[in-house]
Design a protein around this ligand. Structure first.
Ligand code: AMP
Length: 282
């Protein structure tokens, strides 16, 4: 089956309907394009779980709180289509902006406490409302049986799970592990902007997270968070936005280790490029 490319909601909607009527399950992988092996792993995971896989490529303007970041976002459609086909994707939805938004449309707003207001929510005001608005629209257009998101964007993944429950979407959200370069650096469409020197600096992020994960619960949450923060603050050329250890579901700060998972999350600038990464401390 070769890759079907749709630009309109009614096309992807009726294709998914036809597949579901034939009894096939449909998995959905939303992306902003500039695809790499991390995205390919999501497609492969979706293909392992579902009979049909639909991806989307849409650089969502409402989730960019920085106009320059939106302008600079890499766009590599031809290469993306080849990666999708090679990873086992059956259809891709590539809408234009006016297919998804009416002129001057405002994003919806969700308040899930620290989960939506802390860390990425704090440093990128409006970002999550943009993300949840587009993901809701995409879920309505594609109505998949399962949707796949990367743990690389851990706060986003957790919020989307919450939104899907709140909005009563009848679909399952599946988390995929972060795919890394051999150096440990989490793969990201933004990595292609890093110079060789910046790559060496960026590698300190995953190194710090890996070391924190090895220490795990052998020390207190406050000590673990502080060690990681100090380690990253001492890296020349890296400007830390946050390094925080929180409860993995609520994003509340931790006094003690919870019974549930904790997650250590980092956002930092290396040169002009903003990078995020995290590690779950089980
Ligand atoms: P993006 O195109 O950056 O919006 O990402 C689309 C999806 O790919 C999101 O669910 C991301 O969490 C996921 N993703 C991005 N980078 C990685 C990675 N290195 N490993 C696994 N999933 C990723």
């Amino acid at each position: 089956m070769s890759l079907a490319v749709f630009e309109h909601i009614n096309q992807v909607d009726s294709w998914v309907n036809s597949q579901q009527e034939l009894g096939y399950t449909v998995g959905f992988v939303p992306t902003m394009g500039a695809l790499h092996a991390g995205h390919a792993s999501l497609i492969e995971l979706a293909a392992a779980h579902c009979d049909r896989v639909v991806a989307s490529i849409f650089v969502n303007p409402t989730q960019f709180n920085n106009a320059q970041d939106l302008l600079k976002y890499p766009r590599t459609l031809e290469a993306d289509l080849r990666i999708l086909e090679a990873s086992g994707c059956h259809a891709v939805f590539c809408p234009a902006i006016d297919e998804m938004y009416t002129p001057n449309e405002r994003t919806a707003h969700w308040d899930f406490g620290p989960l939506s207001t802390s860390l990425e929510g704090f440093f990128r005001p409006g970002h999550f409302d943009g993300v949840l608005t587009i993901v809701k629209k995409l879920f309505q257009a594609v109505h998949p049986n399962k949707a796949f998101f990367g743990e690389k964007d851990f706060q986003q993944l957790t919020l989307i799970k919450r939104m899907a429950v709140e909005e009563k979407f009848a679909l399952e959200i599946i988390a995929a592990p972060t795919i890394r370069e051999a150096s440990g650096l989490a793969m990201s469409s933004r990595n292609r902007r890093l110079s060789a020197e910046e790559l060496t600096i960026a590698n300190q992020i995953s190194k710090t997270l890996l070391e924190a994960n090895q220490l795990g619960r052998s020390i207190s949450p406050a000590e673990l968070g502080l060690r990681a923060r100090i380690q990253l603050m001492s890296v020349q050329g890296l400007v830390l936005e946050y390094c925080a250890l929180v409860h993995a579901q609520t994003f509340e700060p931790l006094d003690d280790w919870p019974n549930e998972k904790a997650v250590l999350l980092v956002a930092a600038f290396v040169g002009e490029t903003r990078l995020i990464d995290n590690v779950v401390i089980s």
